[in-house]
Design a protein around this ligand. Structure first.
Ligand SMILES: Cc1cc2nc3c(=O)[nH]c(=O)nc-3n(C[C@H](O)[C@H](O)[C@H](O)COP(=O)(O)OP(=O)(O)OC[C@H]3O[C@@H](n4cnc5c(N)ncnc54)[C@H](O)[C@@H]3O)c2cc1C
Length: 468
């Protein structure tokens, strides 16, 4: 094999594999190195895809138990077959990771199996599972090594009792009692899964609200809804340690304000307190600069401090740790290397939590705007007043459109409700085109759809919703 390439990508997650495909489309001789057995990174193997499979299946199970009867569907003996649910999830993962393999072949990308280490700005060493080493020469390197779960001091993840999201995607039976440390999106999605499948779930969150950084209205509503679903919350509290007593784990919790301490006994502990960038020694040895959170510093062209070495995805100091952000960066960086104007608009990156109901946001929150001293107006519309949501019994939640006071330009949108994750695309598009709330209000939306609530919320910015 010829060991010379135009572009070598390290890591085949949504950032890396997309960068490789776009590079190949642009005519670069491209290789992508991956140390995992399958392509697709965290997202396809132990992140977005398996979690969404379990969210979907557990929601069906929950509906069959609790909602079908009201719809006039008689079902008898609804039973959980968890191993079948898990194999359905594993099959979905397999199909999608194979799909990336197919795309690599189709685009003539060389898939290098093993761990990639940067030797210098034009040389990468690949060490495979049998410790066989090969050196490759390249004009450009794209680092897309992603991230891994992190923990808290003194709480050691063993993936048996104290698990990360990876372990919580593969329990062999629903834990009787599950403690989730961290009320961010990963913690809450997996709390929903296991609550629906029969676990008693307690979430411990350091802040006094869930999903830190999210619009407060939405966060408060979300908390109410999840609490009604039976998830327990210990807010403004920190987990300080986990001990083992007989066959049980015991989580020590201290309330931040009152310093009151308590111990919660459980079968499993999920630590979902964030993720750390995958930075191996070679990256720092090569002289690539990191910020104080140990993420790779890049400029607007995704260049690191070393010329011809680029970085994208979870490993960099820009934007949220999300798969679609990584993908867009993958496209942009390849285009930049090709001398084109690749670009990612960090002001318009949607974020979705795939619980039931879903939560979706894009752009600024009210809290951001207050801090930035920007005057704004708000339009809200509840799904309670949306006809489709009503007939589907999906009346929880609302749409909130925030527009600049003077210009009416949409600055941010937050939704909580069924299909929020799908509806947010319209808002992201509107924001990319610099739309005003009036533009959305005057766009004809099909009836009866949940997305009419988006139009009504935009009308509510000007205090003229029709159905509320
Ligand atoms: C449970 C869970 C649910 C999630 N759900 C969502 C969701 O619904 N939507 C969303 O947008 N995001 C979601 N995410 C986040 C998403 O998975 C990440 O943001 C995304 O995968 C980041 O992509 P990446 O390409 O930067 O890195 P990764 O996907 O982490 O891929 C990096 C790859 O590089 C490989 N690698 C690392 N170092 C080397 C090396 N030296 N040599 C060779 N290979 C190497 C790793 O093995 C890995 O496969 C979720 C994450 C988790 C954990």
């Amino acid at each position: 094999m010829d060991n010379n390439f135009d572009v070598i990508v390290i890591g085949a997650g949504p950032g890396g594999y997309v960068a490789a495909i776009r590079s190949a489309q642009l005519g670069f001789k491209t290789a992508c190195i991956e140390s995992r057995k399958t392509l697709g990174g965290t997202c396809l193997n132990v992140g977005c895809i398996p979690s969404k499979s379990l969210l979907n299946a557990s929601e069906m199970y929950n509906k069959a138990q609790k909602e079908f009867e009201n719809l006039g569907i008689k079902v008898r003996d609804v039973k959980l077959n968890l191993s079948r649910m898990m194999s359905n999830k594993n099959n979905s993962v397999l199909k999608l990771t194979k799909g990336v393999e197919f795309l690599f072949k189709k685009n003539k990308i060389t898939h290098l199996k093993g761990k990639g280490t940067i030797q210098n700005k034009n040389t990468v060493l690949v060490t495979d599972d049998f410790n066989k080493k090969n050196t490759y020469i390249t004009k450009n390197i794209i680092v897309a090594t992603g991230s891994s779960p992190t923990s808290l001091p003194g709480i050691i993840i063993d993936e048996k009792v104290i698990v990360s999201s990876t372990g919580a995607l593969s329990f062999d039976k629903p834990p009787k009692e599950l403690v989730v440390i961290g009320g961010g999106y990963i913690g809450l999605e997996l709390s929903s899964v296991w609550k629906r499948l029969g676990s008693k779930v307690t979430v411990i969150e350091y802040f006094d609200h869930i999903i830190p950084g999210m619009d407060k209205d939405i966060s408060n509503e979300f908390l109410k809804i999840l609490s009604k679903q039976g998830i327990n919350f210990k807010l403004d509290s920190k987990a300080t340690g986990v001990n083992f007593v007989k066959n049980k784990a015991v989580v020590d919790v201290t309330h931040n304000r009152t310093a009151k301490r308590e111990r919660i006994e459980c079968d499993k502990v999920l630590v979902a307190v964030g993720r750390k960038p995958n930075i191996s020694e070679d990256i720092t040895k090569a002289g690539i600069k990191l910020n104080n959170q140990k993420k790779i510093q890049v400029n607007e062209k995704f260049e690191t401090s070393i010329k011809n070495i680029y970085a994208i995805g979870d490993v960099i100091d820009k934007g949220p740790m999300l798969a679609h952000k990584a993908e867009d960066e993958g496209i942009a960086v390849a285009e930049i290397i090709a001398g084109q104007a690749g670009h990612v608009n960090y002001d318009v990156i949607p974020a979705v939590i795939y619980t039931s109901p879903e939560v979706a946001t894009v752009g600024k929150t009210e809290e951001n705007l207050k801090k930035e001293n920007i005057k704004y107006k708000i339009g809200k519309f509840p799904f309670l007043a949306n006809s489709r949501a009503k007939v589907n019994n999906e009346m929880e939640g609302f749409v909130k459109v925030i527009a600049e006071e003077k210009t009416d330009k949409v600055l941010g949108v937050a939704l909580i409700g069924s299909l929020a994750g799908t509806m947010i695309a319209e808002l992201a598009l509107a924001m990319e085109f610099g739309a005003s709330a009036e533009d959305i209000a005057r766009t004809c939306h099909a009836h009866p759809t949940h997305s009419e609530a988006v139009k009504e919320a935009a009308m509510a910015v000007d205090k003229r919703p029709i159905h509320f």
